[in-house]
Design a protein around this ligand. Sequence first.
Ligand SMILES: Cc1cc2nc3c(=O)[nH]c(=O)nc-3n(C[C@H](O)[C@H](O)[C@H](O)COP(=O)(O)OP(=O)(O)OC[C@H]3O[C@@H](n4cnc5c(N)ncnc54)[C@H](O)[C@@H]3O)c2cc1C
Length: 382
Amino acid sequence: MEFGLTDEQAALQRVAREFVSDVAPPKQAKEWDEQGVFPAELAHGFAELGWYALPFPESWGGGGGPIELAILAEELGRSSLDVAMTYIGTLIPSLTIFEWGSESQRKALRARLDSGEFRYAVSMSEPDSGSDSASLRTSAKDMGDHYLVNGQKMWCTGAGVPGTQLVMYVRTSVHERRHSGISLLLIDPRTEGLELRQTSTLARHILGTYEVYLQDVVVPKDRLIGPEGEGWKVMLSNLETERVLMSGAYVGVAQATLDDMLSYAQDRKQFGRPIGNFQALAHALADLQTEIDAARLLAHRAAWMLSKGLPCAREGAMAKLKGSETYVQAARLGMQVMAGHGFATESVMSYRWRESIVAPISGGTSQIQRNGIARSMGLKPY
Ligand SMILES: Cc1cc2nc3c(=O)[nH]c(=O)nc-3n(C[C@H](O)[C@H](O)[C@H](O)COP(=O)(O)OP(=O)(O)OC[C@H]3O[C@@H](n4cnc5c(N)ncnc54)[C@H](O)[C@@H]3O)c2cc1C
């Protein structure tokens, strides 16, 4: 059993930590969130450091795997979940295009990986299709050389950021098995008939979340990714990688949240001593560090299994569940430790608290993760 990092992994961790501290410290992330600004320098930085290419073959400038992705995501998470998502939200669709795309789609992807000028936004959810994503109804009718797309999507993260292409799951045919007949299309949000409307939310304003309205939107056939009707399989193909990345990010942001409240608890004095020396708080902080370490170990186990090509749907779900819930727990405790100073909206802790709430919701709710874990135990949790 090996728990340490290789020299290369330690170097990646160091560079990523420096990047966050120089370019995207938490205070800066909070400012971007408050202003609803997508900072182009983030995406350019990711590209310059070769991180968009990281999980691809060495001939593409990559050579890293799931463990390196978990390490990087944890460091980006130290800034904020939203900042980590600026990386993860584009990387996952890139991997999907690499695996399922046509030769020309892969060529276009390859040409973009070195620039920070491209982005993807995954669009699956609809007003009536959330956890039950196979119930999606947005339709793409075959018109010969193109599809005609009609419907409505919701919660499309980052759809309004300039240079973003929508990676949209649509229904190309209706079957008894709802998971059949779904297809994946790459859609330019500037196409006629498509309208974006930003949803007002508690946090995640760096990327923004959008409703997408589609009325007779013409999408050329060469924008289909993977086989027609097999979009469900395409979607599942990178689910574990997504969970490893997300879990890494949750661990990073939970650790940063703990580090902040710890230093506050050591500085702030009441009744003549640092508040961290009151056993009630000291034990709460000790418990939280234990939870974060458990979340990190789960994330690293899933990453390790993925790197070995082992099935890890259950372990990925556990890592996602534990990481996201630990972030909520950390932010909640941080508000109590910082008390009035946390409640002031100028505090980074108040930003953490707003942002943490979405962790057990987006990317599959905690209940859905528990369903998957329970199923892997032979239970039928419906
Ligand atoms: C900030 C944000 C960003 C997002 N980004 C994206 C994105 O980029 N692309 C995208 O496609 N989607 C995105 N989503 C959508 C996200 O994936 C959904 O919100 C999530 O899957 C839950 O769907 P829902 O909100 O419709 O809740 P519902 O599915 O309506 O669930 C409501 C409640 O019922 C519970 N529930 C539902 N089914 C079961 C069940 N079988 N067993 C037990 N409990 C159940 C849920 O856990 C939840 O507590 C985003 C959402 C948010 C809030």
